[in-house]
Design a protein around this ligand. Sequence first.
Ligand code: NPG
Length: 370
Amino acid sequence: MTVVRAIELRLITLPLVRPFRTSFGQETEKTCILVRAETDDAEGWAECVAGPDPGFSEEFNEGAWLLLRDFLAPALFEAGEVRAQDLGDVFAFVRGNPMAKATLMNAVLDAELRAGGQALAAYLGADKDRVECGVSVGIPPSTEQLLEQVGGYLAEGYRRVKLKIRPGLDVDRVAAVREANPAAGLSVDANAAYSLDDVETFRALDRFDLLMVEQPLHHDDLVQHAKLQREIRTDVCLDESIRSAAHADAAIELGSCRIVNVKQGRVGGLPEAKRVHDACLARGVPVWCGGMLETGIGRATNLALAALPGFVLPGDISASGRYFHDDITEPFHMDPDGTMAVPAGPGIGVEPRPDRLAGCTLRTEVLKKQ
Ligand code: NPG
């Protein structure tokens, strides 16, 4: 048990190495909230996975900032002596908003683990010290650029390449990538851009031996996905539709997917992410760790999660250099065999570099326990 004395909110922005286009928008910078939690014994860091716009889910930076400042941090201070694992209950009076809740929870957990000298991966129950890396490729303007990017990533050693698709930029592009890379591990991600009327598109994608088709239909649907999964051979993977372990259970029972993408922020923090993992593992459903273009702080968190036994597919966990010329932490590197080391130091095992942090901060606010 520990008392959180202060919470620092910080909005940061970093240029991305190349623009990242999905079916719902384009990002040229990574702009996100970092939280630093100060306890009597240590300080902990966490990154909020929300972005500038409510495009992936209803959460976005300015909304998350207000929620953290005006509701979650005051509730945390009010709770007095706490453990990170109890914060789900402390925050239950706020509906939804899993990304904001996860951020504060993770910062407190990081402080707790640093005080106790335990690595996050060990705390979560990791069974490996390296994880397999995949890479997610945004939708570039041309097929030539797509082929060039995919070829480059495969040459670097990535074990799986995920192609973002949207209506009109799907079957032909995937065909071109598959033709150029007959043996590559390939998947596609639609970010909810299609409907059941598009079943022929997915039947056409069946030809390319994809590892999965991720979130093809509505972001809040399970039933239509079950219908689609019955119509196609390729495994459906759900991302946006899975916001809790209960959703994972329901999706598996309904046959909505055969693979689950786990993002701790999307499900409200590491404890719930672990429960999603456990639910899938118990039912023999493979999971993998999703990514939200995180800086080194969020990347370290994802690496620890991806080291759990049910994470048997490469994650959207790429080297820092794939996202940023200059990350806020020391950069994460991938070995040529397509794996990355899980941090072994206490907590998430990394901190922001003070000079870099100062250089990319847009705004800071410190909240103190009365
Ligand atoms: O490597 O972190 C990464 C990016 C992985 O494609 C990726 N993320 O829909 O999963 C997604 C997508 C995303 C990125 C979603 C940014 C929201 C914001």
